[in-house]
Design a protein around this ligand. Structure first.
Ligand code: HEM
Length: 338
């Protein structure tokens, strides 16, 4: 039988344990590198193997995986909500057209469920797969803090406000700022220089550029082609994407260098060779132009550290609105909530 003093002692201990648990909850609420090192030590290597296999089978898969993380993180945070399938879901949003790589994440998840059931979130698989895809295209390796949990909601409406190719530079900046990302992150993550910048790899459907080629209304223009396009690129793009032609035909985002992370995209943007309008507008704005130039300067001592900055921006993007601790869930399959 407990005495009154004994009972009080237990209560004090209980409240201390509670306090410790709360504090632990707070620290657990942060992402951390190696989150699965004890609970699923093979998590990162399994994902890497699946990504390598997918990219070996289809080189375009690397760009799809990188784009997938952006589209996941910008809607409801990095919680793999874009992978949930129901009618209507995020995938069907206008801005999510052409997003892919879902089946690669599903495959990694299935392998991880066999090795460590119920442990690794789909949201972390998306973030790790993007990093592995970047490395496979000769981008910078970086550590990905993990511990994200999966969201339970996928909604078409919530995906309505994604950054759009036809957004002005100010709207792009505002949409990035709304996610805690700076103008520098905008430049780094979309059109970038050496080893990095998401649009240095991959392709776009003609769908996203036809208005730029035939009916441009941005920047005060009224119809016709975007005057920011170099005449040479305009000719090439019109040949690939003729007026009234198949809008599903794909053209490189980084004209002439779409399968490697390299310094092409920034130079392209600078010389009117940015294929999609949202990349092209980065050079028209004084602030973003300065950021672009900081990576292009010929003086090595003045040149900003591009690979490190890009990796930092990816980690920052990967922490947008993450669910941790007791929030969300660990989905059993990525395409459905539990
Ligand atoms: C600034 C806002 C952005 C806009 C308006 C934008 C728009 C687009 C568009 C229209 C495409 C072509 C899609 C298609 O036809 O399938 C595309 C492709 C791509 N985007 Fe972005 N994007 C933006 C930012 C980003 C960011 C932040 C990332 C990743 C960090 C990213 C990664 C990619 C990649 C890798 C591709 C190539 C996909 C492929 O080849 O399948 N984009 N983007």
């Amino acid at each position: 039988m407990k005495t009154k003093a004994g009972k009080m002692f237990v209560e004090i201990i209980d409240s201390r344990i509670f306090l410790i648990l709360v504090l632990m909850g707070v620290s657990e609420a942060q992402l951390q590198v190696g989150f699965y090192s004890k609970t699923c030590p093979s998590a990162e290597s399994t994902i890497r193997t699946v990504v390598r296999r997918a990219v070996a089978a289809d080189a375009a898969a690397a760009a799809r995986l990188l784009r997938l993380q952006f589209h996941d993180c910008f809607v409801e945070g990095c919680d793999a909500s874009i992978l949930i399938k129901h009618e209507p879901d995020e995938r069907q949003a206008h801005g999510n057209q052409g997003v892919g790589g879902y089946e690669i994440i599903d495959e990694a998840k299935a392998e991880l469920e066999r090795a460590c059931p119920g442990v690794v979130s789909c949201a972390d698989i998306v973030a790790l797969a993007a990093r592995d895809a970047i490395v496979l295209t000769k981008g910078p390796p970086y550590e990905v803090p993990t511990g994200r949990r999966d969201g339970k909601v996928s909604s078409l409406e919530l995906a309505a406000n994604l950054p759009d190719v036809d957004d002005s530079i100010n709207v792009l900046k505002t949409k990035f700022a709304g996610k805690g990302l700076s103008d520098k992150d905008l430049v780094l993550l979309s059109a970038e220089y050496r080893f990095t910048g998401a649009h240095t790899i991959g392709t776009t459907a003609c769908f996203f550029i036809t208005s730029r080629l035939y009916n441009f209304s941005g920047g005060g223009g009224g119809g016709g082609a975007d005057p920011a396009l170099s005449p040479e690129l305009l000719r090439n793009l019109k040949a690939k994407c003729p007026f009234g032609g198949d809008v599903n035909v794909r053209v490189p985002l980084d004209w002439g260098s779409e399968s490697l992370f390299d310094d092409h995209i920034l130079r392209n943007v600078k010389t009117g060779f940015g294929v999609i309008a949202s990349d092209a507008v980065l050079i028209g704005d004084i602030g973003t132009r300065k950021i672009i130039n900081s990576y292009l300067t010929r003086v090595p001592t003045r040149r900003a550290n591009f690979p490190a900055d890009f990796a930092g921006a990816m980690v920052k993007m990967g922490s947008i609105g993450v669910k941790t601790g007791v929030e969300g869930e660990i989905r059993r399959v990525c395409s459905a909530t539990n």
